[in-house]
Design a protein around this ligand. Sequence first.
Ligand code: H2U
Ligand code: ZN
Length: 338
Amino acid sequence: MFDWTQDPHRRYNPLTREWVLVSPHRTQRPWQGQMEETAAALQPAFDPECYLCPGNARAGGVRNPAYTSTFVFDNDFAALRPGTPCEEFDLNGILLARSEPGLCRVVCFAPQHNLTMANMDPAGLRSVVDTWVEQFQELGARPEINYVQIFENRGAMMGASNPHPHCQIWSSHSLPNEIAKEQESLLAWREARGTCLLCDYAGVERSGAERVVEENEGFLTVVPFWAVWPFETMVISKRHVTAIDQLTGAERDQLADILKRTTARYDRVFNVSFPYSMGFHQRPTDGAAHEEHHLHLHFYPPLLRSATVRKFLVGFEMLGMPQRDITPEAAAARLRSV
Ligand code: H2U
Ligand code: ZN
């Protein structure tokens, strides 16, 4: 008899149409690596050396204003630039390159250096949500911008350069790969079944509840059935909205609430400020309605066994496909228990 909680199997991700290998029996294998606890480094509310704290100078020399809520500025080391001229290079389709105009910004969530989403108050987090909406609208309205990617790298392990609470926005002319993949899948699902893939998925998870981690009136946090990272989650809007600009005032509060609850749970798993990369996936800003899109966020945290022992996507995963040991159901149970 096949046992889904013990026997190796593959799971399908309908959003990317890729598979992940699940090997639950391997959670019993011996581990001789480290498993230490790390004391969270206590941060001050203001750090005179921080380039994001109010009143301080940034690396380029510009001084931050004495901001009191959120603060947005153009990234001083932007990966994309707005004035980039149109150019294409094509050698028989083998060597193919295209110019990429865009605009990168940094959003400070709060003036306090030692806050995180998990310990910000609801009003402060609501200001962050409002700022995301404003930025999505403002950047998305530019003719050369067709996609606005809002994301946060949290923790040194994820390459974040600074603990000050902040996120980045990279807005680009082309659709980034992950969005392009999701868009094709969402469109194909809609054409084949006449429904929204993520509305259908949220329905399945709410009726089973096995992978649900948090829920409020407007949003659901689940460990996806097809998760790759040990504690990966997805935050899904319950109502079919294509992007953050369609949320009502109440739903903006609910988004702030679910983000706080989800990140606070993460911090309790290993008693550490949990590192992750998270970000929104939503409607492109090319002017079309894109009814196939459904607002959601992905949280990709690297930690596996402790505050310091992380999962690496190496070996078979680089050459073959992603793989996980702990099942998504076990990860969800662990997140619910803390
Ligand atoms: P990360 O912590 O996710 O690396 O984001 C910080 C961003 O801030 C990073 O993209 C920018 C970096 O380019 N930055 C500035 O724009 N000005 C500075 O003075 C330092 C860092
Ligand atoms: Zn700071």
